[in-house]
Design a protein around this ligand. Structure first.
Ligand SMILES: NC(=O)c1ccc[n+]([C@@H]2O[C@H](COP(=O)([O-])OP(=O)(O)OC[C@H]3O[C@@H](n4cnc5c(N)ncnc54)[C@H](OP(=O)(O)O)[C@@H]3O)[C@@H](O)[C@H]2O)c1
Length: 185
């Protein structure tokens, strides 16, 4: 196994079905949220989140949080950018920044704010792929749930060459970390 790249990295960390979807076609995550995992366990979320200084997500991911966790506190303490061309309700309990900036400008802004910590691309797949299009995605961490969905929101709709740097079992999930290999399509 190879040593993962050191911070600051731009990391797409997500959970997916075995057949490569991060949500069903109607944006349900029921297939995911019912699973057993240990956030403090191997490749767990607690350690990952501690290294993150800025977050980016797409509009539908933000919409999901509003619809499904709207009565709960915003789950992240670091600044969160929401990529969108739409108007959304603004939460007052968190540092949320709506943007339609080009990805290189967004990446620079996030990097400045993160002050040496990692950038987390939450999803969806097209947003993560756009960072990769600009050579600005360093790692992909995917936790694969033991289910196939047949259709849905794609994990990463691009051809990217990857190099596996870590592999672990955590609860029901197979967790994989990949470095994005630069200079290849
Ligand atoms: N399995 C997991 O761990 C996981 C993780 C994250 C998300 N999810 C789920 O996966 C689904 C993802 O939905 P999705 O595939 O539709 O992706 P998404 O990125 O959440 O939403 C896509 C929308 O975001 C906006 N957008 C994306 N990139 C942009 C950019 N560069 N600039 C400006 N706007 C941009 C566009 O909306 P507008 O232009 O119309 O505003 C676009 O239609 C959601 O259901 C989410 O809850 C699952």
């Amino acid at each position: 196994m190879l040593t993962p790249q050191t911070s600051p990295r731009t990391v797409y960390n997500t959970a997916a079905s075995l057949d490569g979807y991060i949500a069903t076609t109607d944006h349900s995550l029921a297939w995911l949220l019912s699973r057993e995992s240990d956030e403090s366990g191997p490749m767990g979320f607690t350690e990952f989140l501690a290294g993150v200084g800025a977050i980016a997500m797409g509009a539908n991911t933000y919409r999901w949080i509003l619809d499904n966790e709207g009565t709960q506190p915003w789950p992240y303490t670091v600044p969160s950018w929401v990529c969108t061309h739409r108007e959304f309700p603004r939460r007052t309990d968190a540092d949320i920044r709506f943007t339609s900036a080009e990805i290189p400008a967004l990446h620079k802004e996030m990097t400045d704010v993160a002050a040496g910590k990692d950038l987390w691309i939450v999803g969806g797949g097209e947003l993560a792929a756009t960072f990769a299009d600009h050579g600005l995605l360093d790692e992909i961490i995917v936790s694969i749930a033991p289910v196939t969905l047949g259709a849905g929101a794609p994990l990463l709709p691009r051809e990217l060459e990857l190099r596996m740097t870590e592999l672990a079992a955590n609860g029901e999930f197979a967790c994989l970390r990949y470095a994005v290999v630069r200079g290849q399509s």
